[in-house]
Every structure is written in structure tokens, then in C-alpha cells.
Design a protein around this ligand. Structure first.
Ligand code: SF4
Length: 222
């Protein structure tokens, strides 16, 4: 059986050259907005919403806060669930204001930042960790349904399910040395898993013939 660091190395070999929307760095507010808008939808829909916000000059906390509810909902409509997501963005803007602005919020220590985000309406652990990792560039590992799909197919993972169980298991399974364990390293691990899930390890009809993990995988090959 491969170790988790060996699996990550194979993912790097397969997907390291691919584009990833938060890689390299994107403006922090854009990352935060994207992390909220991507809930329950595909990134292509988020891109359309971000483009409309950008064209309206609203990818800025103060300018977004000045929009009416109708304006904000209209701009983010391509991302789906637009009324609910507009409310989530308003809640996030209130959290920023409560901290003295976005920059001050993102400069908080990772634990404090994560705690404030989790107290914000509409922000759960995955969204909070995306913001901590990709916007604040602080070391935390994002896990998601793709993480569970990949490692379960490889016969690995925690004994329990749930976000915290998967995060604890993956962090402890990665060897943390030198630059590993940095925000960049955690961001790369998460991005590689998502890229693998989207390009090869799809929910239905995975493209196993192109996968370097094929020998270690329990999914029947046709
Ligand atoms: S062999 Fe197929 S199912 Fe297994 S990890 Fe690779 S793509 Fe996924």
C-alpha cells in the first residue's frame, strides 16, 4: 500500500502542471467571495458571478457592502442559491467590519480567524479553511468530499466520517518536514486532490487507465 506522501507525489506528477483557480495567489477578498459562492455549485458558475462582480467594481468589501440586496443578488445569480449566498456575503462583510476590516481579520492567528469565520452565518468548516488557507495564506488543510472519495477508493481514511475526522487523519498522515506543513504545501495538497477528482477520479466512470494510483486502488477496472 502506498503512503499518503507517496500518493501526493503521484498526484503532483499527474496534475502539478494543471491550472487551479486559487493557484498562484489571488486577491484575498476575491478568494473569500469565491469560497462562499462555490458552495453547492461548480467553479465555472462562480467564475461567471465573480466576473459580474468585477465588472461592477464590487470585488471590494466596502463597495460590495454599499450594494442593495437586489443588486448583489443579481450580480451573483450565476452561482445559484443567490438569495442565500447574498445573505452569507453580508454576514461575512459584517465579520470583516467587526474585526476592523478584511486585512485585520485575515491577519488574526489561524485559530482565532477560523473561530470567527465559523461564528459567521453560512460559513462551515470547509469554507472557513479555504479562507484561512487561500486568502489568509495560513497553514490549514482543506478537506472535502473529493478527499474522502479518493482515499476510500484507495482503502484508506479515518475510522469515523465527518470533516474533523478527515482533516485530522490527513494531517497526521502527511509527513511534515521542511516546507511541508506550510500554507503553500497544504494549499497544494488540497488543490491536487480536487484536480485529480475532477480530471480522473470522477464519481462515475473514473479514468483509471490514465491514473498512476491504479495499482493501489480497490475500484474494479474494466
Ligand atoms: S485508479 Fe481510478 S478510481 Fe482509483 S484513484 Fe485512480 S482514477 Fe480513482
Amino acid at each position: 500500500m502506498l503512503t499518503v506522501p507517496e500518493i501526493i507525489a503521484e498526484l503532483e506528477a499527474m496534475h502539478g502542471q494543471r491550472e487551479w483557480h486559487w493557484w498562484p495567489e489571488k486577491p484575498p477578498f476575491e478568494v473569500c467571495v469565491g469560497a462562499i459562492l462555490v458552495q453547492n455549485t461548480a467553479w465555472t458558475n462562480v467564475e461567471r458571478a465573480l466576473e459580474q462582480l468585477r465588472a461592477a467594481g464590487a470585488l471590494d468589501p466596502e463597495r460590495m457592502a454599499a450594494l442593495s440586496d437586489a443588486e448583489l443578488q443579481s450580480l451573483i445569480r450565476p452561482s445559484g442559491q443567490y438569495r442565500q449566498k447574498a445573505r452569507k456575503l453580508r454576514a461575512f462583510l459584517a465579520t470583516c467590519a467587526g474585526a476592523g476590516g478584511l486585512d485585520r481579520l485575515l491577519a488574526l492567528p489561524a485559530g482565532e480567524l477560523r473561530s470567527r469565520l465559523l461564528q459567521t452565518w453560512g460559513i462551515g468548516p470547509e469554507t472557513a479553511d479555504c479562507i484561512v488557507c487561500y486568502a489568509a495564506r495560513q497553514p490549514t488543510l482543506v478537506v472535502d468530499a473529493y478527499t474522502a472519495r479518493l482515499f476510500r477508493r484507495l482503502g484508506m481514511g479515518p475510522t469515523a466520517e465527518g470533516y474533523g475526522a478527515w482533516q485530522d487523519w490527513l494531517v497526521s498522515s502527511l509527513s511534515v518536514a521542511t516546507d511541508e506543513g506550510s500554507a503553500e504545501w497544504y494549499a497544494r495538497v488540497h488543490a491536487l486532490i480536487v484536480l485529480h477528482a475532477k480530471h480522473l477520479c470522477r464519481k462515475r466512470n473514473p479514468r483509471c487507465g490514465e491514473c498512476l494510483l491504479r495499482r493501489a486502488c480497490s475500484v474494479p477496472k474494466t
